[in-house]
Write a protein that binds this ligand. Structure first.
Ligand SMILES: [Zn+2]
Length: 456
């Protein structure tokens, strides 16, 4: 920069920093992306490799880690070269089996394309962080952000109480003259204040880090400034994860203190994940209620069509489980299968991978007329090119390509209540891992309540 940087130039530099913070590579064939220097790991802060790699040339490219013939990651090589944690993040990045280029996407925008709006909000949030203390202006902004956040009312109320600092923390009770030990009962390291229990306490840090975002709570920032930054993010999923986690942290601490119930941070994080998934199912994107497109069989589909129901789930330790079942047009059971993969992916990606797997199964079974039913509306819309979500697009394209290879193939949305059989297969998959059933599989209630049925 020159000796007298103009205001405009400084704004551009500021925006560039923001763009760089939010932009990352989406892996296609991996040829353009440098393993050590580029930003390509979605789970990491800053999207870069944090723990380095064994025996890797400085200019090594991500394509060196991809098995082109099999269309997947070279898992052995990756396990050998990277830390356990980052190896898992890498093999969890979905690869499409149809060749695509690497692409820079804007991580915080749903369709992955950088937009001025998002960058503007991110810049504003960043500026707010630099303000010396909470001013009435920034508080005004915070109330609005809390009011508009895509979360449940009880979480909205909770955040409002946090921002006002009116929750009965031990620090606040002490200030009111109630005599008690004000030290945090979870870590005994500091006085239990709002700032401590949501940001500084090791329990809060563990919960947010155990969430699918592997989020690290920023240091040297006040609670209100942090909330403002989080709520300014345009990625609803990100905002929801953090808000649901914070609410769960408060809830769990109360259970711990008043009912002596202890809960491990991973369980708290996965509880929050389940709440977010539940919430997102009930409140589809853009607030519009799901335009349910349940078509009647026989009306628009060939008469000899098969039906495949598919679902995905995440186990308690974060592994992805897929389940599907095939039926004839007259609803005679043909086959059910489950698959457990030791990868960590976000829920909609897991649903997308489950659909891809189910289509591949249909191709292997030589079923050439199939209607695939899923309860993941966003994923179905993505495959049908109704919406575009950058992280889902490569696999959506692969699904479309697989579908074009069969005589008749269609992916449709069905409500969750109609997909309970596939959901049951996922539950079985969580217990048994990958397997196939050639006659009606057991229903999970009987499995959980009684003996496990024989696995023959
Ligand atoms: Zn603590």
């Amino acid at each position: 920069m020159g000796y007298n940087p103009s205001y405009a130039w400084r704004s551009i530099m500021g925006a560039r920093e923001v763009v760089e913070r939010g932009a990352r590579w989406q892996i296609g064939n991996g040829e353009k992306v440098n393993i050590l220097k580029d930003r390509w790991i979605p789970g990491n802060n800053g999207f870069k490799l944090l723990y380095g790699a064994n025996n890797l040339k400085e200019n090594a490219r991500v394509c060196d880690l991809i098995d082109r013939d099999l269309g997947g990651w070279k898992k052995e090589v990756i396990r050998e070269k990277f830390s356990q944690e980052e190896a898992k993040m890498i093999v969890s990045i979905p690869l499409s089996r149809i060749p695509t280029d690497d692409k820079i996407i804007w991580h915080f925008e749903k369709n992955g394309e950088y937009s001025f709006k998002t960058a503007y909000h991110a810049t504003c949030a960043q500026k707010e962080c630099l303000l010396p203390g909470p001013s009435s202006h920034s508080n005004q902004n915070l109330w609005q952000l809390i009011w508009r956040a895509p979360i449940l009312n009880r979480q909205r109320n909770f955040l409002w109480c946090v921002a006002k600092n009116i929750l009965p923390t031990r620090g606040n009770l002490l200030k009111k003259g109630i005599s008690l030990d004000p030290v945090c009962p979870f870590c005994s390291a500091e006085i239990e204040t709002m700032q401590h229990l949501l940001m500084d306490c090791v329990f809060a840090k563990q919960v947010l880090f155990a969430s699918p975002l592997s989020y690290r709570i920023p240091a040297n920032v006040g609670v209100n400034q942090w909330l403002q930054t989080v709520l300014s993010c345009c990625d609803d999923g990100y905002v929801q994860f953090i808000c649901f986690c914070l609410y769960k942290i408060w809830d769990t601490r109360n259970l711990g203190v008043f009912q002596n119930k202890r809960c491990c941070p991973i369980a708290v994080a996965s509880g929050a994940v389940e709440c977010v998934q539940e919430f997102r199912r009930a409140n589809p994107v853009n607030g519009k209620k799901a335009s349910v497109t349940v078509r009647r069989l026989g009306e628009t589909f060939p008469l000899d069509v098969h039906i495949a129901q598919v679902d995905a789930g995440i186990t308690w330790n974060g592994e992805a489980v897929f389940g599907c079942l095939f039926k004839s047009h007259s609803l005679v059971f043909l086959l059910a299968a489950s698959k457990k993969e030791s990868i960590e992916v976000e829920a909609s990606l897991a649903e997308m991978m489950a659909i891809r797997w189910c289509i591949q199964l249909a191709v292997e079974l030589k079923l050439d007329k199939v209607v695939f039913q899923s309860d993941a509306q966003v994923v179905v819309d993505c495959i049908n090119s109704i919406i575009s979500i950058a992280v889902l697009e490569p696999l959506a394209a692969e699904c479309r390509s697989l579908l074009s290879g069969v005589t008749f193939g269609s992916v449709i949305f069905i409500p969750r209540s109609c997909n309970s059989e596939a959901h049951n297969i996922v539950s079985l998959g969580k217990l048994y891992g990958s397997r196939t059933w050639l006659c009606n599989p057991p229903v999970i209630d009987s499995v959980v309540s009684g003996e496990l049925p024989p696995l023959s």
